[in-house]
Design a protein around this ligand. Structure first.
Ligand SMILES: NC(=O)c1ccc[n+]([C@@H]2O[C@H](COP(=O)([O-])OP(=O)(O)OC[C@H]3O[C@@H](n4cnc5c(N)ncnc54)[C@H](OP(=O)(O)O)[C@@H]3O)[C@@H](O)[C@H]2O)c1
Length: 247
């Protein structure tokens, strides 16, 4: 028998699937939202506990609100909802289409999903809303809209947390500040790179502790701290300096 229900919004990503596996092994019943539900069929069947899969149109705010409300009613709510959607593209020519896509998915879609779930949890009287965010939100960066959208997410979550306090409800808002894994893979640095199961494990441990904000993996807290302290003339130029080739 399931001990709790968790929803994962953006279940197609590798990290979402690692989270889903670990939650399912802990007898948590899962409700997964994904762009193309057919693509997740085999994965869902491989999980030990109950799983339902629903479509997700994260770039269409009204549609996503309707999709979440419908599933919430069908499953009588949820204890935990993890929002893990996002796009991150880069082109130095800065075409508007890249920024627009990031704003549609990472800002509009993110806000629509988070606000909708927050209100549903307030009606329910409890719950935990967690979002996979990024330390990229701490400062501007070359993927202009992506960095800005992560700052938006951080502030949005803090605002929701304030409202939970105002309403005196046990609704926890958790901001998961993820390190830059793609960058770590690119640089091939074992110091910063962590296996995805370890990342998922640390996220779930932090969520169980009800953390408001957490760096994953832990060592990224130090990178984030240095990142914040760098003077702008160093922070800005280090992005453009040509990298020395490894021998
Ligand atoms: N990867 C990293 O290095 C890294 C580092 C720090 C933080 N993060 C954060 O982690 C989160 C996920 O990023 P990721 O790198 O794991 O990316 P990812 O693997 O591409 O996951 C993004 C998720 O968003 C979904 N998505 C994107 N556009 C969608 C749309 N229009 N409709 C429905 N679903 C859509 C994708 O679904 P489909 O696969 O079905 O399209 C996928 O499940 C982001 O918030 C990102 O900021 C990632």
């Amino acid at each position: 028998m399931s001990v709790a229900t968790a929803m994962i919004i953006g279940a197609g990503s590798q990290l979402s699937q690692a989270l889903a596996k670990q939650l399912s092994a802990q007898q948590v019943s899962l409700v997964l939202f994904v762009h193309d539900p057919e693509s997740l069929k085999q994965f869902a069947e491989s999980l030990p506990d109950e799983v339902a899969v629903y479509p997700l149109s994260i770039d269409q705010p009204q549609a996503v609100i309707a999709q979440l409300n419908e599933a919430w009613t069908t499953h009588n709510g949820a204890h935990l909802v993890i929002v893990n959607t996002g796009v991150n593209d880069y082109d130095p020519a800065l075409p508007w289409s890249i920024d627009q896509h990031a704003i549609d998915v990472n800002v509009m879609g993110f806000a629509a999903a988070s606000q909708c779930i927050f209100k549903l949890m307030c009606e329910q009287g409890y719950g935990q809303l967690a979002a996979i965010n990024s330390i990229a939100g701490q400062r501007g960066g070359p993927n202009v809209a992506y960095h800005a959208s992560k700052a938006f997410a951080e502030n949005y979550l803090q605002g929701l947390s304030m409202h939970a306090q105002r309403l005196k409800l046990p609704v926890t808002i958790s901001d998961i500040q993820l390190g830059l894994f793609d960058k770590a893979v690119h640089l091939n640095t074992q110091l910063l790179l962590s296996p995805i199961d370890k990342v998922a494990g640390q996220i779930l441990t932090a969520l169980k502790k009800g953390k408001r904000r957490v760096y994953v993996t832990k060592r990224w807290r130090i990178v984030a701290w240095i990142n914040r302290l760098l003077p702008e003339y160093i922070y800005n130029t280090r992005h453009w300096k040509p990298k020395k080739k490894r021998g």
